[in-house]
Design a protein around this ligand. Structure first.
Ligand code: G3H
Ligand code: 13P
Ligand code: ZN
Length: 320
């Protein structure tokens, strides 16, 4: 058995830049991993598997690695990067040392500008020596990420001038920019749009630099409605990024689009509906099977919107 085709995010971004975006999907368990691989094979798309610190604690970091390795054996055609999502310095070093991750995110966006640069640079030096790509964040998204909660008032968009200096001094390979999105299901109140003017300005000042968009779930109204109809109490005003804005963002340098919440909504809807309609059941495998199939379809749909669907063979040629 040949080793799985794990590539760096940098390799993927070189092919995608200015044309389409690569979907970065968080996984926590085997069902999500199988659905993700299945959906990417269905849509013939490269992808990025994201592992958060929370996921590493929930399933155990070794278990996640085993799940991903096994998924890759089940789907040997897959091309993907393994990425640490919202890492702190210590977790970045742990992932780099593991030899399994091909990319890490150091998120020191809550620190001062100077401290963010200093921490990011330290991680970049260690990661690059091991051939691993580094994503860093400048600006602050609203919502909750890992243990840090940022209210909308403190969220701040990335300053394009600062981005130029940050990239030059930190040496990061991609930049997570705050352009109006936030994590979770409640992103926008009122007008719903990305700050394309900020994106365009960053791209013009840092041509060729891959930009990452966090908080990119679209939070479909229909999904929220079905969850609530099956007993959930999500706020019906929940609202996310318009999927039709993914590709215009990609044309302005966004090469990685992070999606987690939408997948959680699929899981919640499938399981709530299943147990509502089968009140005598207690086997988790039947809804698990439905979830894997539905999660795969969901991923294939997202890859279509990102423009990564159908690019697998082009990417294979570029990375081989
Ligand atoms: O940005 C955060 C991601 O959605 C991961 O969430 O930290 O709850 O695993 P988590
Ligand atoms: P969502 O909450 O919009 O899915 O964002 C996920 C994310 O940014 C992970 O880093
Ligand atoms: Zn994020």
């Amino acid at each position: 058995m040949s080793s799985p085709t794990i590539v760096t995010t940098d390799q993927l971004f070189k092919v995608a830049y200015g044309k389409f975006a690569i979907g970065a999907y968080n996984i926590n368990n085997a069902e999500q991993s199988i659905g993700l691989f299945q959906g990417c094979m269905q849509s013939q798309a490269p992808f990025i598997i994201q592992i958060s610190k929370g996921a590493r604690k929930y399933t155990d970091k070794r278990m996640l690695e085993a799940i991903i390795r096994t998924s890759a054996e089940m789907f040997p055609e897959a091309i993907f990067a393994v990425h640490l999502d919202h890492g702190d310095e210590e977790t970045c070093y742990d992932c780099i040392k593991s030899g399994f991750y091909s990319s890490v995110m150091i998120d020191a966006s809550h620190e001062s500008f100077e401290e963010n640069i200093a921490i990011t640079k330290r991680v970049v030096d260690v990661a690059h020596a091991a051939g691993i790509s580094v994503e860093a964040e400048l600006g602050m998204l609203g919502g909750v990420e890992e243990d840090i909660e940022v209210d909308e008032g403190n969220a701040c968009l990335t300053n394009p001038e600062e981005a130029v200096e940050f990239i030059a001094r930190s040496g990061c390979d991609s930049l997570a920019a705050a352009i109006g999105t936030s994590h979770g299901a409640y992103k926008f109140q009122g007008a719903q749009s990305l700050h394309f003017e900020v994106l365009e300005s960053i791209m013009n000042k840092t041509p060729g630099m891959p930009i990452v968009m966090h908080g990119s779930s679209s939070v479909p109204k229909e999904e929220v409605r079905r969850i609530n109809e099956a007993g959930g109490t999500l706020d019906p005003s929940a609202c996310g990024v318009n999927e039709e804005e993914y590709l215009p963002a990609a044309k302005l340098g966004v090469t990685k689009i992070n999606i987690d919440t939408d997948g959680r909504l699929v899981w919640t809807r499938v399981h709530r509906e299943f147990f509502r309609d089968n009140t005598d059941q207690f086997d988790f495998r039947p809804p698990g099977k439905i979830f894997m199939k539905e999660y795969g379809d969901f991923i294939a749909h997202k890859n279509g919107k990102l423009g990564s669907a159908g690019t697998l063979e082009t990417v294979r040629k570029a990375v081989s």
